[in-house]
Ligand binder design. Structure first.
Ligand SMILES: Nc1nc2c(ncn2[C@@H]2O[C@H](COP(=O)(O)OP(=O)(O)OP(=O)(O)O)[C@@H](O)[C@H]2O)c(=O)[nH]1
Ligand SMILES: [Mg+2]
Length: 455
């Protein structure tokens, strides 16, 4: 976060850096005089450049013709971040883009922007609140349609509106409390009390709908993880490869082939998950394997969807310990082998709990669809209540809930206005943080660390 206090003019590529992209957008921000750039553009720009109009021109380095470009000028404060911004649409070849950046940094006194620096300036110039910045981050890094929608909703849509409404209701209530302290003689105790009650119940009612959206589930839906676990030789890596349609993990009949977890992205019904193949759980023969087994347990704890694979032909004593964890699905592998039913029944007698937990025999090719639709169903169920995705927001909403509850109780019994005011201030602090009006430095660092250069 070196850039926090800098306002030098900066430049960066704002489109993704694809080697063969047709076009690329470069942004220059924070300069004072547009005319400083005149030597870089050809004569058609001899007239004044009107803001928000696109101009086609030729970029040059002295007499050297560099590229045909389009440029648009956004005059601060009416721009994305409140500063003067010049957007250049150039041809996308990365070499070309690097040459243009080089030209402006070496000959126009611009500095290469750091990740998130454009948006940080938008926050600093109050063009965006902190919550909107987080919404933008969610939108840009979304792993599903739901996350895209929520990112947008935070950026400028209904969720942003709801936060603002809660903030405004809070301000109205604060005013009602002050009215009852300072002006009850003028308007009368009853009228002041009525104002107090009305504004508080409006705030609580509005907040109730928001609160429901953090109570629905505890899993990480921003980057949901699917974890395949089981004893060695259960067929975990085989399933992992089959789901990815790729020979990504080594499969072998030697127990303990996978010694640490592997992960890959997988797209299921428009949602990007992280799929994990883990080390088989058993009494480890060395330190590395022991670490692998410990990591399996860790992955299971944070998983969105966990699958236990059971090969009834290869049991180990550690199985009893493994099944104390909660799995979304238990699958029997090796169902193509003779004596499978016999082995499975034998196992179910020993572990009767496996049956009711939904264990099914599994034929790799045939049942992948069933497995994928089970995962998708869980995701759809999880988002049906429109959960809030961002942890900072979830934490603040729960904190506001607690403060509001305490404040409401106090307001019914406490006659000491000083105590009531101080409780209301605590509540106000949390609500301001949720709306993003207060921007504590510690949250800024973690939010902006996610941003790419050029945003
Ligand atoms: N017949 C049969 N063989 C299977 C099935 N699933 C996996 N295998 C075989 O079982 C052996 C072990 O499979 P893996 O996928 O490597 O098992 P794993 O659970 O990853 O094992 P570790 O990495 O050692 O923990 C390999 O030889 C696979 O080809 C199945 O459903 N039927
Ligand atoms: Mg394996």
């Amino acid at each position: 976060m070196k850039f926090l206090y800098s306002d030098e003019p900066i430049i960066a590529v704002s489109t993704c850096n694809l080697a063969h992209a047709a076009i690329s957008v470069l942004r220059i921000s924070g300069f004072n005089n547009l005319s400083d750039f005149a030597p870089f553009f050809e004569k058609i720009l001899s007239g004044p450049i009107e803001p928000r109009r696109v101009y086609y021109t030729r970029l040059k380095d002295g007499d050297h013709y560099i590229d045909d470009i389009c440029l648009t000028f956004f005059q601060g404060p009416r721009s994305y971040n409140g500063e003067n911004i010049l957007e250049l649409t150039t041809h996308g070849n990365t070499l070309n883009v690097e040459r243009i950046i080089d030209l402006f940094t070496k000959k126009a006194g611009l500095r290469l922007a750091q990740p998130g620096e454009f948006t940080y300036r938008a926050l600093k110039n109050q063009k965006l609140t902190l919550s909107q910045v987080e919404g933008l981050d969610l939108f840009l890094n979304a792993n599903s349609g739901y996350a895209l929608d929520q990112g947008l909703s935070l950026l400028s849509g209904s969720l942003h509106e709801m936060y603002r409404e809660i903030y405004e209701l809070f301000i109205k209530h604060k005013a009602a409390l002050e009215l009852s302290i300072d002006f009850s003689d003028d308007i009368g105790d009853d009228a002041a009390q009525e104002q107090f009650n009305l504004t508080l119940s409006a705030l609580m009612k509005k907040f109730e709908t928001l609160k429901k959206r953090v109570e629905v589930q505890g899993q990480n839906l921003i980057e949901p993880e699917i974890v395949i676990a089981g004893l060695p030789n259960a067929g975990k890596s085989s399933l992992f490869n089959a789901l990815l349609s790729d020979d990504r993990a080594i499969v072998s009949p030697i127990a303990g082939t996978t010694r640490d977890y592997l992960s890959e992205s997988i797209l299921i019904e428009g949602v990007k998950y992280k799929l994990f193949d883990t080390a088989g759980v058993r009494e480890a023969s060395d330190l590395i394997e022991a670490e692998g087994v410990r990591r399996t347990a860790q992955r299971l704890k944070t998983s969105f969807f966990s699958i236990l694979l059971v090969n009834p032909f290869e049991m180990q004593p550690e199985f009893s310990q493994l099944i104390t964890q909660k799995f979304d699905l238990i699958l029997f592998t090796h169902s193509d082998l003779p004596r499978f039913s016999f082995k499975k029944d034998e196992l179910l007698k020993q572990y009767p709990n496996l049956g009711p937990m939904g264990a099914v025999s599994f034929k790799l090719e045939a049942d992948l669809e069933m497995l994928l639709s089970g995962i998708n169903k869980k995701y759809l169920d999880a988002i049906s209540e429109k959960p809030i995705l961002l942890d900072r927001h979830k934490g603040l909403i729960l904190q506001i809930n607690l403060n509001l509850y305490k404040y409401n109780l106090l307001s019914k019994s406490e006659r000491d206005i000083a105590i009531l005011s101080s409780e209301l201030n605590l509540l106000g602090h949390c609500i301001s943080e949720l709306v993003g009006i207060v921007s504590p430095d510690q949250v800024l660092g973690s939010i902006f660390s996610n941003f790419c250069i050029g945003k």
